[in-house]
Write a protein that binds this ligand. Structure first.
Ligand SMILES: NC(=O)c1ccc[n+]([C@@H]2O[C@H](COP(=O)([O-])OP(=O)(O)OC[C@H]3O[C@@H](n4cnc5c(N)ncnc54)[C@H](OP(=O)(O)O)[C@@H]3O)[C@@H](O)[C@H]2O)c1
Length: 307
């Protein structure tokens, strides 16, 4: 798809960061990381609607912004099948607004897309130059966003990530923890392969990227190390939940095929991403998914114990 772009000329040297979508799962994690590193940043969420250019311009006015990090998105994968216009408005038109504004301000723009832009018919991890061919309306809207992003600005970093989870916000790990507490058994899909992305590990890498300001813009893939199925993920979540005393007992997990668990949106059968380029060119650290899942549990335990 898009070739990696070079910095287009003088960029705004201000260190200030605008974190867009700061109240979502990834946004909250990035806000924490930025606070930890004492970065200067301005946060916005729904109150600054990315679908309204005026609202974005009003927020930016008078602020010294050298970086924009967009975590705002429409992320309801199944609901997007019945409201594709809304998904497109946020994930494509909204991204176009951000891209245009970043170009006007000379700010570097970091944006996130999804493994769901791919069809899932590969047998080896997807590299950045693989052709998107989404089956779902959500995947389509994210791909359209990628195109809009690159059409209006050169200084962008586009990270495709997969199976995002973290201590904030709804995600697969939280769903499993709830099911393990409420049900006697759980059925989990065992024929979709991918890699989880732990939001805190991603946030560390993104903050490192901003701190280093390498100038290597372009498209990157990032996820935790290892390729697994949702069933593998659920099994390990159960083991750790037990170890951390978050569930009283193990319950039987039943491996099922995708056809036995119909959803509105069709998901890729195989969407493992190859993070190699981000490691080589941006110095990103990739940890094994098991190690990151353990970090997640440690963080959950810490949050539970903190006053
Ligand atoms: N979650 C995953 O498994 C996954 C996988 C691959 C890629 N990604 C991508 O990773 C990024 C972060 O995902 P996430 O799970 O952290 O998302 P999220 O938790 O859904 O957060 C998105 C945030 O954006 C806000 N928002 C929605 N529409 C907006 C608008 N028009 N203007 C301003 N803010 C708006 C949302 O507010 P409301 O909550 O009030 O709507 C929410 O606070 C997204 O680009 C997503 O597509 C996610």
């Amino acid at each position: 798809m898009m070739p990696p772009a070079a910095h287009p000329g003088p960029l705004n040297p201000d260190p200030g960061i605008w974190l867009v979508g700061a109240k979502g799962m990834l946004g909250r994690q990035l806000a924490l990381e930025f606070e930890k590193r004492k970065f200067v940043f301005f946060a916005s969420d729904q109150e600054v609607d990315i679908c309204r250019r005026q609202s974005l311009q009003d927020f930016a006015r008078g602020k010294k912004i050298g970086w924009m990090v967009n975590c705002a998105a429409y992320t309801a994968v199944d609901r997007a099948e019945s409201e594709p216009e809304k998904a497109l408005a946020i994930n494509a038109a909204g991204v176009e607004n951000l891209s245009r504004l970043a170009a006007e301000m000379g700010a570097r723009l970091i944006h996130f897309s999804s493994d769901y832009v791919f069809a899932g018919d590969q047998k080896e991890p997807y590299r950045e130059n693989a052709q998107p061919r989404p089956f779902s309306r959500y995947g389509w809207s994210k791909w359209q966003g990628e195109i809009k992003l690159a059409a209006h600005h050169d200084a962008f970093f586009l990270f495709r990530i997969s199976w995002l989870y973290g201590v904030y916000g709804p995600n697969f790990v939280h769903t499993m923890l709830r099911i393990f507490q409420e049900k006697e058994t759980a059925r989990v899909v065992n024929d979709q392969f991918g890699s989880p992305t732990y939001a805190a590990a991603l946030a560390e890498n993104i903050a490192g990227l901003i701190g280093a300001d390498s100038g290597r813009c372009g498209v990157y893939h990032y996820c935790d190390g290892g390729a697994i199925t949702w069933f593998d993920f659920a099994s390990h979540i159960m083991d750790l939940a037990l170890e951390f005393g978050m569930i009283p007992k193990k319950i039987p997990l039943v491996a099922v095929s995708t056809s036995a668990y119909p959803t509105a949106a069709v998901r890729p059968r195989y969407s493992v991403l190859d993070s190699g380029k981000a490691v080589r060119e941006l110095g990103f650290q990739v940890r094994d998914w098991r190690m990151n899942l353990k970090c997640f549990f440690l963080e959950k335990a810490r949050l539970k114990d903190s006053p």
